[in-house]
Design a protein around this ligand. Structure first.
Ligand code: SF4
Length: 321
């Protein structure tokens, strides 16, 4: 469903219905509501395991967060969510390995229908053999397909990166252009890919609406739309441009680690006190912690070569996972 465009986003009801457990929240005494604010995102040593039954019940209780009723209220709440996500994920970053704009562009195209992890496990061999657009433009299609096989849809992806490399060589002098209007002219490059490249390889602010970003934007009440372009417009209206790129990373980090598609870990979510969808997922802190896929809980990330400030484990190379 279309919503208002940039500058006109309004407060919206959140579509997803709270789970049954949330219904009990309204009856919780004020003192029982505090635990949701303090939910730790990450540790495996859950001290609550020994909590008395009464304490456990209190921990499960949840304060229902009202969706803001005005645009100004929505902006305030959205920016607060962004600030608190920045505290939880100060090391948020793009989760594709790359060393230059060409590698990021190709990796982003390959990430369709697969995980960033699988792309990161595949690109070292790809870029070792074809380090530039000129090299990739003359690749043998069968050899290219064989390298790309682990990413799925490898024949179509081989055609895509071949066409893309030829266009870069012939139309842009072998360089990845740094403007949205040029990037989207390249074969197989849409707004999402263009924004990833602009935001992370050129420092041009961009909102990247992938599956995680779209889902969380709807859960936060920032949009009601399922259309990535509309989601981008609605969210852009809530934040200054300078926030767009890092906001995208933080929201995706949160979606991958805590606010999962099917089993959001609301009971272990550090921004539950700000989220109008709190309660759609597991509220019991012990059970919620078991759902986390958080680097500080020992899980490897998506990148084989994460930035130096990343606190988790690098992902394993192909064949080791
Ligand atoms: S995990 Fe639950 S509380 Fe946290 S952001 Fe997602 S829906 Fe909201």
């Amino acid at each position: 469903m279309a919503t208002s465009g940039a500058g006109g986003a309004k407060a919206r009801p959140v579509k997803e219905a709270p789970a049954k457990k949330a219904a009990t929240a309204k009856k919780a005494a004020p003192a029982e509501k505090a635990p949701a604010r303090k939910a730790a995102p990450a540790t495996k040593t859950a001290s609550t395991k020994k909590a008395a039954p009464a304490e456990k019940a209190a921990a499960v209780a949840v304060k229902k967060v009202k969706a803001p009723q005005t645009h100004a209220g929505l902006v305030r709440q959205a920016r607060r969510i962004n600030r608190e996500l920045a505290e939880v994920y100060p090391y948020a970053h793009p989760e594709l390995d790359f060393r230059n704009p060409f590698e990021l562009l190709i990796a982003t195209v390959l990430s369709a229908q697969t995980t960033d992890l699988r792309v990161n496990q595949t690109t070292p061999a790809l870029f070792a053999k074809y380090p530039t657009p000129e090299d990739m433009a003359v690749a043998n299609p069968e050899e290219l397909e064989e390298i790309l096989r682990p990413t799925g849809f490898f024949r179509a992806k081989a055609r895509s990166v071949l066409g893309l490399s030829i266009a870069l060589r012939d139309d842009f002098g072998g360089e990845v252009p740094g403007r949205l209007e040029d990037l989207v002219k390249l074969p197989g490059v849409g707004r999402k890919t263009a924004n990833v490249v602009l935001g992370n390889a050129f420092g041009v602010p961009g909102i990247t609406v992938d599956t995680h970003f779209g889902r969380l934007s709807r859960r936060f009440g920032w949009t009601t739309s399922e259309d990535p372009e509309q989601v981008e417009k609605d969210v852009a209206a809530l934040f200054p441009k300078s926030d767009w790129t890092m906001l995208s990373h933080r929201v995706v980090f949160h979606g991958r680690r805590i606010c999962h598609s099917r089993k959001p870990a609301c009971g272990a979510c550090p921004i539950a006190h700000l989220c109008p969808s709190n309660g759609i997922g597991e509220l019991d802190p012990d059970k919620a912690r078991k759902l986390l896929k958080y680097e500080k809980g020992g899980f490897p990330g998506q990148r084989l070569n994460p930035p130096p400030d990343y606190p988790g484990q690098p992902a394993p190379p192909l064949g080791a996972s």
